[in-house]
Design a protein around this ligand. Structure first.
Ligand code: SAM
Length: 215
């Protein structure tokens, strides 16, 4: 049942999946900083694939926030994002070490997404920010600072992709001044998740029409 829920299939793939989960590191981080992890286990491959599918074609940078054990990093590479166009930002040093071992060709930055602009190359076009940060369980000022970084960096270009376990409207949505351009529910995850895609394009205001009434 769990195998089918996670869409794993073959036993050898199951063994590979659990090895890559690095359950020891995940559990250790979860116990040490539950609010910064905000999940009972890493994302399923199915959720990771759906997240990666939201990234549009193009040549800008793709920034992943909160790489964890690398399930979404792997899906982004499989989606065809070149390793040298992908940057992963992760706060936990244990996860950073694991991500660097697992993806030696990907730039893994140790730091907080709340200071994103200082962690990535200046002036490069950003195609997408793909986030699995636990925006609901992080302290409110941190979540606010993270969303502000998205608005600054994606001003008129690129998209942001975020998942949440809150299938209703999560509180951080009110802080995000962006248009939701797509959403999908992924049931094959523990717990089920809602993926939202946002654009920060400023809406071009159409000039008011002056109507002339002839009497
Ligand atoms: C829900 S886990 C997601 C892990 C993995 N991407 C997945 O989908 O299984 C959230 C991740 O965000 C990281 N994180 C939390 N706060 C962060 C911050 N301010 N900046 C960067 N990463 C952060 C945590 O260390 C953790 O790896």
């Amino acid at each position: 049942m769990v195998y089918r829920l996670l869409k794993l299939g073959h036993p050898r793939r199951v063994a590979h999946y659990f090895k890559n989960l690095a359950p020891g590191i995940f559990l250790q981080e979860l116990c040490a900083k539950p609010g910064a992890i905000g999940a009972i286990c890493p994302s399923s491959p199915y959720l990771a694939r759906r997240m990666a599918q939201q990234v549009p074609d193009g040549d800008g940078l793709v920034i992943e926030l909160g790489g964890g054990t690398g399930v979404i990093t792997r899906a982004l590479l499989k989606r065809g994002i070149p390793a040298d166009r992908l940057i992963v930002v992760e706060l936990s040093s244990s996860f950073v070490q694991r991500l660097r071992e697992r993806f030696p060709d990907v730039r893994v930055v140790h730091g907080s997404a709340a200071e994103l602009a200082q962690l990535i190359p200046q002036g490069e076009r950003i195609r997408a920010i793909v986030s699995s940060l636990p925006l609901c369980s992080l302290p409110a000022p941190i979540s606010r600072a993270i969303l502000e970084q998205w608005r600054i960096l994606l001003n008129d270009e690129g998209i942001a992709v975020q998942f949440t376990y809150n299938l209703r409207r999560p509180g951080w949505r009110d802080l995000l001044r962006a248009e939701e351009i797509g959403s999908a529910t992924v049931w094959a995850n523990l717990p089920p998740a809602q993926i939202s895609t946002f654009s920060f394009k400023t809406r071009k205001l159409t000039p008011p029409r002056h109507e002339h009434h002839s009497s």
